[in-house]
Design a protein around this ligand. Sequence first.
Ligand code: DC
Length: 231
Amino acid sequence: MVMHKRIRIAIDGPAASGKSTTARLLAEKLGYMHIDTGAMYRAITLKALEENIDLTNEDRLTDLARRCSVTFERDQSGNRIFLNGRDVTQEIRNPEVTKNVSLVSSHPKLREVMVELQRLLAAKGGVVVDGRDIGTVVIPDAEVKVFLVADVDERAKRRMADLQKTGITTSQQQVEQELVDRDYKDSTRSASPLRKADDAIEIDTTHLTIDEQVQKIFEYVQKKYCLNNEN
Ligand code: DC
């Protein structure tokens, strides 16, 4: 099998639709880099909370985003994210960050800084980028665009399982409510809201395992961009 070019794959969708895990595994399968843009907004949110910045102050947050270095490194466990050289992979998943990240990421000027960085990271190709506005704003000319959806109760179950692994206990009802709130904020904000790109393929993952989701996208990519040597 010959992959003719190192393409850019955009994966968007609501919270807990399986974007990050799917993107990570797909990137591993293709030997590509995974760029988790949600993690980037979370890293800035973590820093803003640590510096006690008013999260409604767009200028201060934008300035913070300009001053921060956000980088990814890959190891056996997947992507690790560094904020000014400090590994914040675990911390960015804490409930305080999760509660506030939609507000921080709603500011248009801050988004401009983040989008510029995301475009730079994706520029060389050979990337799987996941988020909310990748196919619509960050890489509107991405070769492959995928929009993942799943029923909210299934998404809440997945999020609960993730939280339990990190020792956080909470109720299914509370997790579901948080997801509904975050979906609402992410899809109704004025700056690049969560939206399916017109040319994205939509995959409902409610009844799919992670491996099935990855396989579906992998096959789609192969069909579009690979030629079999024997043909
Ligand atoms: O994918 P996630 O749950 O880690 O994303 C955290 C938040 O970041 C999400 O609520 C919305 C925001 N986000 C965004 O606005 N644009 C992106 N490209 C990625 C995430």
